[in-house]
Write a protein that binds this ligand. Structure first.
Ligand code: KIV
Length: 283
């Protein structure tokens, strides 16, 4: 029997029970190696539909497909052992009604092995959230700045600047909570609104650009690693990988052009006997 005992993976009730307690640490992940690096430090990894912009170069998340989310969800599940993995339902995969949403969410859970899905939520999808939760699919909500509404909103803008907008965001959070979401992402709102939502709802709130008033925090990993030349105001950069990657690529290019790479130490020296290369040789 293998001595390796897999770490117990966190699940929706573990995250839900952290309301008002130790802050919930979340980051996005899209690939297996990055998920493996983030896993020991995070409670929850979100395979966000931000993958469309971050990895695939799309202008927004509207073009992201269910197949893309499933492919990246599978990769993240291979890399992460302990963190709960949540996969975003892409635009068009859940809004039409509960039954379509259920079929698509079930596909995500079956084909990736992830523990839950996330939907951009409010009163208009509350019945869908409840339908999924009652049928065994944990749902994370997402209120405030909802990136999939970019075409209605005309851009990515913080929410809650007017009283009407404030009430709309509060209503989104209340409806998502009443529908049974185990956690709610709150994006792009000022601290007082984030605090009001966090007090009003039973589910833990996970803030992104929503102040420290939330029960947990999430960032797009590539933003906090400094992989882009521009990041929103609310992002803190913990690394400057853009410079590191660019410097590494420039060094490699210079060495190849100068014929100093590969050197003898990076070159196979085959013995007198001719051998057919096999998988074990490539070390
Ligand atoms: O898609 C995403 O990465 C998200 C986070 C920004 C919360 O929804």
């Amino acid at each position: 029997m293998s001595k390796h005992v897999a770490a117990k993976r966190l699940a929706a009730p573990d995250i839900a029970s952290r309301k008002g307690g130790e802050p919930i640490v979340c980051l996005t992940a899209y690939t297996a190696p990055m998920a493996a690096l983030l896993d020991p430090h995070c409670d929850l990894l979100l395979v966000g539909d931000s993958v469309g912009m971050v990895v695939h170069g799309l202008p927004n998340t509207v073009g992201v497909t269910l197949d893309m989310m499933i492919l990246h969800g599978q990769a993240v599940m291979r890399g992460a052992e302990r963190a709960m993995v949540v996969v975003d339902m892409p635009f068009g995969s859940y809004e039409a009604g509960p039954e379509t949403a259920y079929a698509n969410a079930a596909r995500i859970l079956k084909e990736t092995g992830c523990q839950a899905v996330k939907v951009e939520s409010g009163p208009e999808v509350a019945a869908t959230v409840e339908y999924l939760v009652r049928r065994g699919i944990p749902v994370m909500g997402h209120v405030g700045l909802r990136p999939q509404a970019v075409n209605v909103d005309g851009g990515f803008r913080a929410k809650g600047r007017t009283q009407t907008e404030r009430e709309r965001v509060l209503a989104e959070a209340a409806a998502t909570d009443a529908a049974g979401a185990f956690a709610i992402v709150v994006e792009g709102v000022a601290e007082d609104l984030a605090a009001e939502i966090t007090t009003a709802v039973r589910a833990p709130t996970i803030g992104i650009g929503a102040s420290a008033a939330c029960d947990g925090q999430i960032l797009v990993t590539d933003d906090m690693l400094g992989l882009f030349d521009w990041t929103p105001k609310f992002v803190r950069r913990y690394a400057d990988l853009r410079t590191a990657v660019s410097t590494a690529a420039a060094g490699y290019a210079a060495d190849v052009r100068a014929r100093t790479f590969p050197a003898a130490a990076e070159t196979y020296a085959l013995g007198a006997k001719r051998r057919v290369a096999g998988a074990g040789d490539a070390e």
